[in-house]
Design a protein. Structure first.
Lengths: 293, 138
């Protein structure tokens, strides 16, 4: 059994100092972390290693005695991930403990090569496991950030706006994959019910690629809206999208399409029996808003 | 596939999930912009890549796309090669018919992307996999 842990506990002052020394050289992100923070983190982690319950060994990293250390490392790497450290910058924090432990082993067991080798390989395995654990936690932290951003994007991406009494518009932006389209479709149908709209304009100016899947999603949304008594107009079909749709062979003939959102809006106003007119200048009034007839 | 030109540079994009199809579109967009294709041509190539990439994922169970710059004399072109180790296509002629689909789609992806590209070749063996090579010349 390794005597390294007891050697660490006997030489705690020296080990901590040596580690902090190496940390100062290894961690070159003074913009993100100061020397003092680095030192206090190192001493916190070291005190956990120092005070593991009796019977815990360096060889058995899976044992319950190391749980507090794992929790501390996980919290540390998640905070590193959010602060903008790279994975290697995060791992180097733990890895720089390795030369310190090697030096300690050398001081204590340099007389017997066999003993020295045993202690060095124990130190090596232990620090490697710490580093792997740190990297895993770092990636977990990143995954959490990504998952949160994805959720935020889903929420942000579907604003249904009311253009006029009975006319809603849905400006679509970005990639339309199945998950997003489902949210888009639901929020549009919901808005049609809530606002009692008879016209819904789907604007695809911000959709970079319209392939058969996107077209199919659009057609399904239009059919669903039609079932609810609302008529859909697709606007924002750019020349390159129009040509691509023709080559793909997608049939949009049953759907009312317009090049611009303003054209679609004008059509919706006309169909609902409204007309936009310029106010008579002689009356001195400002340009009047369209009025329901 | 018969050699229609010399390959100048290549890039491989893995296709394992639907977010990889987004990467496929982005890479093809970057390549076609670099090669100074017109906006219409860019959109056509990207749309074809999107269709074929989704086929690789849904029918082939995942695979990869290999992007290459091909040169034939004075002509320059972009070559997209999608390959998978999926079940393969039993009847290629039928698969290329408009409106034929084994999935839930519109059945226009394969035939449509053939129309969007200049050269199009399907190499498929049932049980072994499918590889589709498509070229668009400038």
């Amino acid at each position: 059994m390794s005597k390294l842990l007891s050697a660490i506990q006997q030489n705690r002052e020296w080990v901590l100092q040596d580690w902090v020394q190496r940390l100062r050289q290894a961690v070159r992100r003074r913009d993100l972390i100061s020397d003092r923070e680095l030192e206090s983190e190192a001493s916190e982690i070291f005190s956990v290693i120092d005070s593991v319950p009796a019977g815990t060994t360096l060889e058995d990293f899976g044992s319950a005695g190391w749980q507090p250390l794992k929790e501390m490392l996980a919290a540390l790497s998640i905070s590193r991930a959010t602060a903008g450290f790279t994975p290697s910058e995060t791992a180097i924090f733990v890895l720089s403990l390795k030369p310190t432990l090697f030096a300690l082993a050398r001081q204590n067991w340099s007389k017997d090569a066999n003993d020295l080798f045993v202690e060095v390989s124990v130190a090596n395995d232990f620090v490697d496991k710490l580093a792997l654990y740190t990297t895993d936690s770092y990636i977990h932290g990143r995954d959490q950030v990504i998952a949160r951003q994805q959720e935020e994007m889903l929420e942000l991406s579907t604003p249904v706006v009311t253009l006029w009494d009975g006319i809603v518009a849905l400006p679509l932006i970005g990639t339309l994959d199945s998950a997003r389209t489902q949210v888009v479709m639901e929020s549009l149908l919901q808005a049609i019910v809530q606002t009692n709209s008879r016209f819904a304009i789907i604007d695809i100016t911000g959709v970079p690629t319209v392939d058969t899947l996107v077209a199919q999603h659009l057609l399904k949304t239009i059919t669903a809206a039609r079932l609810m008594g609302a008529e859909c107009i697709i606007s924002g079909i750019r020349p390159q999208i129009a040509q691509t749709i023709v080559h793909l062979g997608i049939n949009l003939e049953d759907v009312i399409t317009k090049a611009k959102l303003s054209d679609a809006f004008r059509l919706a106003l006309e169909r609902s029996g409204r007309k936009v007119t310029r106010a008579d200048k002689a009356n001195g009034s400002v340009a009047a808003a369209p009025r329901g007839v | 596939m018969r050699t229609t030109g010399t390959v100048q540079k290549t890039e491989t994009v893995p296709i394992q999930s639907s977010s990889d199809v987004v990467v496929v579109r982005q890479r093809v967009r970057a390549w076609t912009t670099d090669m100074k294709f017109s906006l219409v041509e860019q959109t056509k190539i990207i749309t074809a890549a999107s269709e074929l990439g989704r086929n690789t994922l849904e029918h082939g169970g995942g695979g990869k796309m290999e992007l290459s710059l091909v040169v034939n004399g004075a002509r320059q072109g972009i070559q997209l090669c999608f390959s998978d180790q999926g079940p393969g296509i039993a009847d290629i002629a039928q698969a290329l018919k408009d409106g034929y689909s084994t999935g839930q789609g519109m059945g226009l992806g394969l035939s449509g992307s053939k129309r969007l590209m200049n050269e199009f070749e399907i190499d498929s063996k049932p049980g072994v996999g499918t590889s589709i090579t498509a070229i668009r010349w400038k």
